[in-house]
Design a protein around this ligand. Structure first.
Ligand SMILES: [Zn+2]
Length: 442
């Protein structure tokens, strides 16, 4: 009898400690935007040390602030191993948190490239020891990104890693791509293709058209992108169509049209676009030079507008930063020889929201979907969610605050947005606990 009583007391104690973290604070009148639960309501949220305690309808004044799940940025270059002078794991993950990104898709074009399970798990573990953002590895499709022989895809899958990319370059060898599609079908894997016909893009630096005429640098046509999109879709169809293909950083409306058409046909094709391709056009590279050099290049205003429209029409699955840090000595060079790419983790949310809501009139919840649950689905990972009892993984964002982007946590600052006035700012970030508050790490 006594024993039973003891057990009961013991149980009550455990339940109490498990259930009741102390309330650290209550966020009043925040607009909860959670695509996972389809919520777009003004609520009060009780926040504990590590979890959400309760969410209630707010009866007070709305604060005007948004509370959204931690962002999933499916395309990030952390530069480790090999290029640590441009970014270390720690600085990259700090930049992620400062931008509200709590999960990053880590691209494999490091030196050496991430093509073995040991190497990938090593970097993931080293990164996660900082207890900042979590890392979802995206290893190479082919050994050494050589484009010939596929990596041991099944071995990765047995460790729960199911997304692969040779990003930086396309998988141009049809045989290798077909082999990858056949093998990833059994575990719901995805090939993330950097679509490019290498021979057409070789030597190019800017968009073919006004930018190439004005700068004198060699142009890269949109067809260098969409012809590869077309080829990958054909190979996917040839494979039986069960595998998933994701086309990353699309810059051409024709590429998005082809990807969408394939998905309508029943093929499992998705795509993403970067914030810079929707916010900037080729005038930026004409005016600013190498700091706005990226691959694919910034396109014409007409193409940019069409891409924005297609996103608003639901034809794109994700917005991803393609955060690509470079040291000044690689970037501050004439257009033909400067490195491609810009940093983007810290400006991802501001630029995406201000472009898609102001210009395209997209609903905030739909914009948040492109940055959270939808890329999580592409990467085949659990989407972040804001609900009572869940571990903290959320961002407090002021959509109307104007600020100047002058300080970065990244080791590199190669972005045309540095020094610019932006609208919409990440105020606070919680991931497992509170990590970032008003510009500083907690
Ligand atoms: Zn790429």
């Amino acid at each position: 009898m006594l024993r039973m009583e003891e057990q009961k007391q013991q149980m009550e104690r455990t339940t109490r400690t498990e259930q009741m973290e102390e309330i650290k604070e209550i966020l009043h009148g925040v607009r909860l935007l959670d695509p996972q639960t389809d919520s777009d309501t003004v609520v009060d949220v009780a926040v504990g040390e590590s979890e959400i305690l309760w969410i209630r309808e707010s009866l007070g004044e709305p604060s005007g602030l948004w509370l959204l799940p931690g962002l999933v940025d499916m395309h990030v270059h952390l530069r480790t191993p090999g290029y640590e002078s441009a970014e270390t794991l720690e600085t990259g993950l700090r930049a992620a948190i400062a931008g509200g990104v709590t999960c990053i898709g880590m691209m494999p074009n490091t030196s050496p490239p991430l093509d073995t399970l040991n190497a990938v798990l090593g970097v993931k573990e080293a990164g996660e020891s900082f207890k900042l953002a979590s890392i979802e590895p995206v290893p190479c499709v082919t050994m050494n990104r050589g484009g010939k022989k596929c990596v041991d895809l099944e071995k990765f899958a047995s460790s729960g890693i199911t997304s692969f990319s040779d990003d930086g370059s396309p998988v141009e060898n049809d045989e290798a791509l077909l082999d990858a599609f056949h093998r990833i079908s059994s575990f719901n894997g995805v090939v993330i293709e950097h679509p490019e016909v290498s021979a057409m893009a070789a030597g190019g630096a800017v968009n073919l058209g006004r930018a190439s005429i004005e700068t004198g640098a060699q142009g890269i046509p949109e067809s260098a992108e969409y012809l590869d999109v077309e080829r990958c879709i054909s190979v996917l169809r040839e494979s039986g169509g069960k595998a998933r293909l994701h086309l990353t950083h699309l810059s051409s409306p024709e590429s998005i049209r082809l990807a969408h058409k394939a998905s309508m046909e029943g093929l499992r094709v998705t795509c993403d676009v970067t914030p810079h391709h929707i916010a900037l056009n080729e005038e930026s590279v004409i005016a600013l030079g190498s700091i706005a050099k990226m691959n694919p290049p910034l396109r014409s205003e007409e193409s940019r507008r069409k891409v924005v429209e297609m996103i608003a029409d639901g034809k794109v699955s994700a917005i991803a930063s393609d955060h690509a840090p470079h040291t000044i000595d690689k970037k501050d060079l004439p257009l033909p020889v400067a490195a491609f790419g810009i940093t983007g983790l810290e400006t991802l949310l501001s630029i995406t929201v201000s472009t898609l809501s102001v210009e395209a009139g997209m609903a905030p919840l739909e914009i948040v979907r492109l940055l959270t649950s939808s890329p999580a689905a592409v990467l085949n990972i659990k989407p972040p969610e804001i609900a009572a009892g869940k571990t903290l993984n959320m961002v407090l964002f002021d959509p109307s605050l104007e600020w100047t982007y002058s300080r970065t946590f990244s080791s590199s600052s190669n972005t045309p947005f540095i020094g610019r006035k932006l609208t919409g700012k990440v105020l606070r970030v919680w991931f497992r606990r509170e990590l970032f508050r008003e510009g500083e790490f907690v």
